[in-house]
Write a protein that binds this ligand. Structure first.
Ligand SMILES: Cc1cc2nc3c(=O)[nH]c(=O)nc-3n(C[C@H](O)[C@H](O)[C@H](O)COP(=O)(O)OP(=O)(O)OC[C@H]3O[C@@H](n4cnc5c(N)ncnc54)[C@H](O)[C@@H]3O)c2cc1C
Length: 331
């Protein structure tokens, strides 16, 4: 375990925001995890993964715990158990190369294995909840390790018990059911087209992961060049009546049918309709590649980013009577 005082988090959040924490505690293994208890004050701690789903608006005045990104995963009895600090994409590619399926559509999502259950990451028709068997947490108040079953994690669209409750947990390991005969999800036209362009008719899990990575590289701004946190808003859910009303007015509406006569509406489409694609305010703005991505052009602060994001929420609400919800955690 290593402890650094007065530590700048700029390189530890993908929006590259310049904020500090009093103590940065680097944890290397399960033994280290137990050693953090004496550092925990009244306010608890903040667990930081890759910082790809947070917006820092101020310094963090409690210890920040970060699990090292050393990759560690093993398979036993058909269950893959991975160290929470491991990079998510390292796990995806490792599994795909081993011929284990289930998470290949989630390739190239930044972040850690521990960050994935927190908002139940999803992309290209797949959510991580569908493969998670259990999540191991360390309770830094009681000093006890505990396993939460899939049901106990209360996964929902971009949400889970980890996000919705105040809790004293550090996610330490996650167990997945990744199978050699897992069904492949090619429901997104983009994936089919990408595979076709490579003359791949019977894709392996690795082919799908590579196709998804290539599409994402083209579609999304690279956060190492143009800092961002991916989608800034959740896609709102509307009922059939509202959907019909909107589709009568806009024949280019982008929405996906859900159960119970509801639709998931594309937040990117709403933002484009309100003129936010490529809209810039000083040091931050909405990407001209993808309207859902708010980028830091250099020296933006978290507060400026939040201020611009609120302007877009107001504008979408005024035009469509739909209130967008911010996806990353604002600190
Ligand atoms: C370019 C880009 C594209 C993206 N695309 C997608 C996408 O397609 N789909 C999607 O769902 N998301 C996407 N994201 C968002 C993000 O990558 C994911 O939410 C990711 O899982 C966050 O992981 P992290 O380790 O960076 O978490 P952080 O941002 O570090 O933390 C997020 C939250 O998780 C908590 N947390 C993290 N690790 C732990 C742990 N070990 N124990 C307890 N709590 C923990 C933190 O306390 C915080 O509350 C994208 C982000 C970027 C930058």
């Amino acid at each position: 375990m290593k402890v650094k005082e007065n530590f700048n988090l700029k390189k530890h959040n993908t929006l590259a925001l310049d904020c500090f924490c009093d103590q940065f505690i680097l944890v290397e293994n399960l033994h280290d995890v137990e050693q953090i208890v004496p550092f925990v004050g009244k306010q608890g701690i903040f667990v930081l993964g890759s910082g790809s789903n947070i917006v820092l608006t101020k310094n963090i005045e409690k210890p920040v715990v970060h699990l090292t990104s050393r990759f560690h995963a093993r398979v036993a009895d058909g269950i893959t158990v991975a160290w929470a600090g491991s990079k998510w994409n390292d796990l995806v590619m490792w599994a795909a190369k081993k011929g284990l399926g289930g998470i290949e559509n989630l390739a190239a999502i930044p972040g850690t294995v521990g960050g994935a259950p927190e908002q139940n990451i999803g992309a290209y028709g797949v959510e991580v909840k569908d493969t998670i068997v259990w999540v191991e947490v360390f309770n830094y108040r009681t000093n006890v390790f505990q396993r939460l079953s899939n049901a106990e994690c209360r996964f929902m669209y971009r949400s889970s018990i980890f996000r919705e409750t105040e809790n004293p947990w550090i996610i330490t390991r996650v167990a997945f059911e990744l199978r050699p005969n897992s069904e492949k999800n090619l429901s997104y036209d983009g994936i089919k087209a990408e595979l076709k362009s490579k003359d791949i008719l019977d894709p392996s899990y690795l082919d799908i992961a590579n196709a998804v990575s290539a599409i994402r590289q083209r579609k999304l701004p690279d956060y190492t060049e143009l800092p961002n946190v991916g989608s800034f808003y959740k896609n709102p859910i509307i009922d059939e009546k509202q959907y019909k009303k909107l589709s009568r007015k806009y024949d280019d509406i982008v929405a996906y049918p859900l159960e119970n006569n509801h639709f998931r509406l594309s937040a990117a489409w709403l933002l484009e309709k309100c003129g936010f694609k490529g809209h810039r305010m000083h040091e931050c703005g909405f990407s001209d590649k993808h309207a859902l991505v708010l980028v830091n052009y250099g020296n933006a602060t978290g507060r400026e980013i939040i201020s611009l994001s609120k302007e877009a929420i107001r504008s979408v609400n005024q035009k469509f009577k739909i209130k967008l919800k911010v996806e990353p955690q604002v600190l």
